[in-house]
Ligand binder design. Sequence first.
Ligand SMILES: [Zn+2]
Ligand SMILES: [Zn+2]
Length: 344
Amino acid sequence: MTMADLCRLSSDPLYRSFPCLSDPARRSSLLLKVALVLLHIVCAGVLFLFDGGFVEKARTEPWYTALYLLLFTVTLLQYFITAYSSPGYVIDVMRAVNEQNSLFRDRTQQRQPATSKSGSLVISVDGSQSQSGGSFVANDSTYWAKMVIDLYPPGTTLRACTCSYCNIEQPPRAKHCHDCDRCVLQFDHHCVWLGTCVGQQNHCKFWWYICEETALCLWTGILYIAYLKAHIAVSWWKDLVMIPLLVFMLISLIFLILLLLFHSYLILTNQTTYELVRRRRIPYMRGIPERVHPFSKGMCRNLYQFCFRWSSIYELEQLPTTQELEDKSRPFTCLDALTCRCCC
Ligand SMILES: [Zn+2]
Ligand SMILES: [Zn+2]
């Protein structure tokens, strides 16, 4: 394999997500995944090994054990689905947009070979992009840059929205992740346990993973408590294994519940962890009152967009105008409560 092949492979998302013992970054990610799976197997396995009542219940009420095992399997499956899904890398969106642009240009050239202007085309941007850009003349190299700059307020320079690491134009809310070495759309955070970023395309999967993990942890904790209540001091060595595991599970449960509530709040207000934590350091968030969420479209629409976002569709959000921000910072009145202003 030549050096060029190696370089090409190392930038391939599939190759980067594949565990490899010779690569320190992918090795640590692999070890964490193995540790997490083992932890799940130990916590659930102890129940089957020590709790005779639980094994007996599997015979008398098989649906109960089947449901528990189903939750166990679904949680681990969800973990791997989230870990190996793309968070929405800006480079992928840029490639998809440029590909679409080339296809459109080819078709237009076939239709109007004589009348088209040399090296430029009239391109209509549909969906969310049309709200900001409408129609403009662009070629492949400037198409993405023009599209991104239209999402920022007038007067923004290309330099101000170009990532100094990837050298590509970042749409609003995107951020460069130093662990993934790529810019991520609607960057939330880089999750060490998953070994990937949480962004626009996998935030929903991440929320479901936390939800399932919380349910599993709660259920397993209840089973542990029920066993210890009935058999405490019967066998000291079993207590010695189960009590530390139960303490660990209770601590994890508190953390998971808080994380679930925190991410539910972020989803309902259309914010990211990064925007909430680094609010004062992000240029487009500076000067906006704390209680105003600039990208919120109302709780119902935020929730709908979050739940029904297709993984193949990327959404590039425009920065709100001064007028929109003023509307959002308007104090709530009785009429707003009646018309459900916070929801719609
Ligand atoms: Zn970058
Ligand atoms: Zn990352």
